[in-house]
Design a protein around this ligand. Sequence first.
Ligand code: ATP
Ligand code: MG
Length: 458
Amino acid sequence: MTMPQPTMALPSRVVWILDRLEAAGFSAYVVGGCVRDSLLGVTPGDWDICTSASPEQTRQVFSDFRQILTGMKHGTVAVLCDGKTYEITTYRQDGAYADHRHPGTVQFVQGVEGDLARRDFTVNAMAYHPAAGLVDCFGGQQDLAARCIRCVGDPTVRFSEDALRVLRAVRFASQLDFTIDDATARAAASLRDSVQNVSPERIFTEIDRLLAGPAAGRVLAEYGEILAGAIPEIAPCIGCTQPGRWHCYDVWRHTAGAVDAVRKTLSPESARIVRWAMLLHDMAKPLCRTVGPDGAAHFPGHNQRGAQLADKILRSLRAPTALRLEVCSLVAVHDGPLPQEDPEILRLLARHGETWLERLCAVKQADLAAHARKPAVQAREQEVERFEKRMHTLARTGCYTLQGLKVGGGDVLAAGIRPGPEVGQALHTLLEDVMDGTLPNDRDRLLQELKLLADHTR
Ligand code: ATP
Ligand code: MG
């Protein structure tokens, strides 16, 4: 199939960079993700350039600009223009890969075609020049139209060279909402264990980006076998059956459904935490599975075991500490009851704060959304909804901190209580009564109460 020759809008600075390289006698193209994104109608995050100029020659051509040279041995010179960084890389081919991750050597090559052949997927292996048009030697445009991730060349060879590509395949499938070509998916699954050669930080970043993609749920459900190469605890979740009273999915399909159901209205920070929590929330179920006398599966203790497992997994992936702690705290209670009475809701607000409770509600909601549509499940959903509504109202109007109390330390002293620990104790006593609803948060009433307290302590 011949595809139409597209035209792409390049930023004027990028055109200027290409022109300058050409004026110096070299060829140059924009390449990779920026070409893919432009053809998809998405604004590229950055513009990478490839060129026939050697790194030294590129340095010469842009000698009047600040340059970052950390990528020189891979052929990359980063040029800083107008506060932005443009990576300019010499056409190259990668030598043999010794460790499933890093090419032993890098060879510079003559034409752009040779450079495109080293790239991971057909949709990432296109170059463009305003006059020369699109260079697409591997059917990238066709795969874009078919929404398909396919390796350039033999997938087994390409994944054996660099195991990170296994994860990039699933990450791009989620980020772009693409499928993975059968041969590419099969090779990724059979080489999944080589992902253990990738640095934990890179694995974390790829999964983090996968989870943030619009098709995360579908991709997790479809490619769990591949991802088990990155997180081995996934494997026993696949096919781990659950009681039909609540569930219609095995643990892994349920997990994928729960990630998919994370509500879209959360802040970016909360969304990231809740997505990770959903990925990990039931991972201890295979470890906790018992079958009761009724023949149904039960998972006693899977909350707590799940939090321990989440901690272990996130530590091994070198996840940011704050994210790890938040995720584990949510996994530990994801299945617990929620109170419906104000005094208890206020105490939860005092202990955890509104943001954490909102995340907990989002976790519970996503979890329940991936259950069977049974009345008992719907009743729980309504419970979460009621709790959350009331919790937000009380966060705005209720009193659950000493700062919210209409009297302070000065009033306690004025009432005649001695300076020292008694001051704090008196305020805490008032706060407890206010949260219980036995005392209104009204200044005059609180002052009266303080007088009584002072009389008692005297
Ligand atoms: P995004 O920046 O959205 O992740 P991208 O396609 O720009 O997407 P980068 O990681 O920035 O991805 O890499 C730029 C280009 O370099 C890719 O489009 C691809 O052509 C090539 N590339 C990156 N990583 C690899 C790899 N591990 N193996 C082969 N080619 C790669
Ligand atoms: Mg990029």
